[in-house]
Design a binder for this molecule. Structure first.
Ligand code: BJ8
Length: 424
């Protein structure tokens, strides 16, 4: 990375010694996990470039935006509407952590029995090693699981943290409550940016996000083909990058990738052999750079054909957001109606998630399901019990896994995944 970036990081208050350690380790991991794959689509070159610039170019774009008075919002959940932030001239970046590197730092202030996703993100912030965190003017949390909900109170002591109150059920009253929360969020975003969210601005932002969603949807549709035209690892990377890259550029590049995959499907070319066992991943999100589970599945000779996860199909739930022409209130209601179709395990009841998993097994012609929950994630670990039962009743092979981001667990996970793939 260039000297220009070093000056930028120092200006952001980054702990340069720790940051150098992080950026030194990443290229070798990436080479082993990603660049060693066979039959990769050429269009993956863009995503490789984005990773090679992980704390460089995009952070520079955020800083250029801030230099002209723009604001940056750090988010952790697909229920936080990027549309509203963009409509107010802001930039939204997903901050969920996927690295074990920052977990020990978080454990200095948080209980150890908390999921790795939360600890990783908080450790990046309080350890001053994540330029995205440092660049954010406002952190936006949400009341999903208890772990997140109580973490925001602690995080707010380090960095301004605003919390959206997401209901845990989906009755008509809950819908009204969430629409009210979206309105309150509009007020907060306007106050932070100094800009007004107009109906036209929100319509344009919703349309931009709809185009991004359509590109990702296209990617998922193409993965139904046999042989799978893209590895689960590469598809996951594209989704992970969608959380922080510029939406218009991401859409363009992902459509280019889909053009190439379409040609592959037509010619019968695959990233894995047609006989490779097809796995549906279900469970907790896999934020960048957590690639262990698809790496182990694909290392065992199978291919991940879809992810029922917020770094996967749950991100796309509800399809395209309607854009009604009768004002902001209707537009926010349309965003809420789309969002409330995301079947997070934090909801109860949440039977629709189980229906989604069963539907996806058929749509993606999956031979089996691997359900992975981060340790100490009660919503997904508990829901896994019902997911397993439903899949067993439907005669679909299923493996339940639990773990974190540490290297120490990889051996055990590898053994269990290889044994499962062997039985298929
Ligand atoms: S809508 S999945 S992005 S909350 S893994 S922090 S649930 S203890 S991430 Fe999520 Fe929104 Fe739901 Fe999706 Fe808690 Fe579990 Fe940790 Fe989790």
């Amino acid at each position: 990375m260039s000297e220009e970036y070093r000056a930028m990081w120092e200006g952001l208050g980054i702990n340069m010694r720790r940051h150098d350690m992080l950026l030194t380790a990443l290229p070798e991991v990436y080479r082993q996990v990603y660049l060693s794959q066979q039959r990769r689509p050429q269009a993956m070159g863009f995503y490789d470039f984005v990773v090679s610039e992980i704390h460089g170019l995009r952070v520079k774009e955020l800083m250029d935006h801030k230099a002209t008075g723009g604001k940056v919002f750090g988010t952790f959940c697909v229920y936080v509407p990027d549309e509203v932030i963009i409509a107010a001239g802001g930039i939204a970046v997903g901050l969920c952590g996927g690295a074990d590197f920052s977990v020990p730092t978080a454990e200095q202030i948080l209980p150890r029995n908390l999921c790795a996703l939360i600890k990783s993100a908080v450790g990046f912030n309080i350890g001053n090693v994540c330029p995205y965190f440092q660049a954010a003017d406002l952190i936006v949390g949400e009341t999903t699981c208890d772990g997140k909900k109580k973490t925001w109170e602690i995080l707010d002591e380090y960095v301004p943290t605003y919390v959206m109150d997401l209901p845990n059920s989906r009755t008509a009253a809950d819908r009204e409550l969430w629409i009210g929360e979206l309105k309150r969020f509009v007020d907060k975003v306007q106050a932070t940016t100094g800009n007004t969210v107009t109906p036209q601005g929100l319509a344009e932002a919703t349309s931009l996000i709809n185009r991004k969603r359509a590109a990702l949807d296209r990617l998922f549709e193409l993965r139904r083909a046999r042989p799978a035209p893209i590895s689960g690892l590469d598809a996951l990377l594209a989704v992970q990058i969608s959380f922080y890259d510029d939406p218009a550029r991401f859409t363009l590049k992902t459509n280019e990738l889909c053009d190439e995959l379409e040609a592959r499907v037509k010619s019968g070319e695959g990233a894995a052999p047609a006989r490779a066992k097809r796995i549906l991943y279900a469970g907790t999100p896999m934020p960048i750079p957590f690639w262990t589970i698809p790496a182990l599945i694909e290392g065992a000779g199978a291919v991940v054909v879809a992810e029922e996860s917020c770094t996967g199909s749950r991100l796309l739930a509800g399809g395209q957001t309607a854009i009604p022409g009768d004002g902001i209130d209707s537009q926010l209601a349309a965003i809420a109606d789309r969002q409330l179709q995301t079947n997070c395990a934090c909801f109860t009841p949440n039977d629709a998630r189980i229906d989604d998993i069963l539907r996806m097994v058929h749509e993606y012609d999956a031979d089996g399901v691997i359900h992975f929950s981060l340790s100490f994630c009660q919503p997904y670990n508990l829901e896994a019990v019902r997911v397993q039962k439903a899949l067993q009743q439907a005669g679909v092979p299923v493996l339940l896994l639990e773990g974190d981001y540490s290297e120490a667990q990889t051996g055990q996970l590898k053994t269990r995944i290889e044994a499962f793939v062997e039985t298929l």
